[in-house]
Design a protein around this ligand. Sequence first.
Ligand code: AMP
Length: 550
Amino acid sequence: MYSTMQDVQLNVSRILQHGMTIHGKSTITTWTGEPEPQRRTFAEAGTRAHQLAHALRDELGVTGDQRVATLMWNNAEHVEAYFAIPSMGAVLHTLNLRLPPEQLVWIVNHAADRVVLVNGSLLPLLAPLLPHLPTVEHVVVTGPGDRSVLDGAAPRVHDYEELIAGRPTAYDWPELDERTAAAMCYTSGTTGDPKGVVYSHRSIYLHSMQVNMSESMGLTAKDTSLVVVPQFHVNAWGLPHATFMTGINMLMPDRFLQPAPLAEMIERERPTHAAAVPTIWQGLLAEVTANPRDLSSMTQVTIGGAACPPSLMEAYDRLGVRLCHAWGMTETSPLGTMAHPPHGLTAEEEWPYRVTQGRFPAGVEARLVGPGGEHLPWDGESAGELEVRGTWIAGSYFGGIDAEEIRPADKFSEDGWLKTGDVGVISPDGYLTLTDRAKDVIKSGGEWISSVELENALMAHPAVAEAAVVAVPDEKWGERPLATVVLKEGETADYETLRAFLADEGGIAKWQLPERWAIVPAVPKTSVGKFDKKVIRRQYAEGELDVTQL
Ligand code: AMP
């Protein structure tokens, strides 16, 4: 027996129409570096999205599921592209502007992008790549920037504002199959070629609803979200779509991602929420410690993408800003867990829950798998690789135009679950604690040492700004931890003291304490601001680090 319910497709165009009508007065504020930011209502941005779709189809000839790429910061025009491109049936391909040029070239060619929308400030990055991008026929430039670098370029060059001006303000959105591609994002793989994750209209729709649930970000039209997490990184954690569903105002930093302008925009625009990776919050903390600013409007911050050191959470607690830890991946859209403690607890009782990666929402099923493929219990102790499945979780990667999708055995189980590559434990009440990436675990004499636990303990030391721990080869034990430490400005600390701190304050067992240490000026970061441990391992292997052995 079938249901008697209507079968309405969960299309991105429906989110757009809802946002621009029901929440038409909500705003997207984009930082410009000028005395006044740019302000645009959802109604205005939505209307411009209709015009952009007309321009793409009527002027540039975009049809079917052709890919339209964006090489853009977080701003109102990028939000317009987010809605126009999938709504018309084309595929939005967000390009990570921090990738090395050769990877960007590989990705654009693999996706066969036909059009690139680019912020003027990023033209120096795009221009030299164009001769290597044979599928790109049009470049559309938005915002300030020297356009002369495109002189002589093969693709036709358009100005965004001129292109959309005067176009019809109502596009007749096609009724798409909700399972078709809406957007794509490549993971910056540490080994092998980047992998394309392709989101469907349905996955975006369902994920956005989850983002808005109270046990997730739970924001409303009364809120303003400072969206620091880039729109080129997993759809800015789903926020541009989620905001149009519930009318949450957006504050977009554009290219002003340094701690000082971020602090200024928080003080001036008073967002109630923000989303970013831990390194952003580390940087902002150092900034407001040196130059105090009023951050008190931000009652909730979503922090994820890498483990949040508990010491960072405590520091923000003292500023009245509550960090809420979340876990996810490009392959999981990304919302996988969020660390809201159970209700009715005291602050002290909440703490052990807040420092976990959090609980799985209803749409995400999880299991832990041991080294022999056995399923492990949720007892808070048995550590294994996390596997997940759900409606907004990838089941394969994009194989290329006219090629089959790919399902590498190290990323997908035979029964279709995503192998996350993350190692951790799950408590009986469903809270996930990650101890490492599978490839970052330190295997010392047959026992596992968690690099994350050592890092968190080190970063609690008052002199330490950042710490990254990696496995290095050891003759006796197979592998041992190497601790690389960035000291706060003007601070000093010797290795013996730090080691003693780990044992005394961090509760780290003696056999887990690192004997190899290096003070470094900065921890190398990936294109999305996470610790880049493969660079540290290479620096060590090539003797580039000044290592002291205790
Ligand atoms: P990406 O696809 O680039 O977003 O990277 C996803 C990976 O980031 C995950 O598989 C984790 O290893 C890591 N990650 C994301 N969120 C967290 C978190 N809250 N704690 C620890 N690691 C995280």
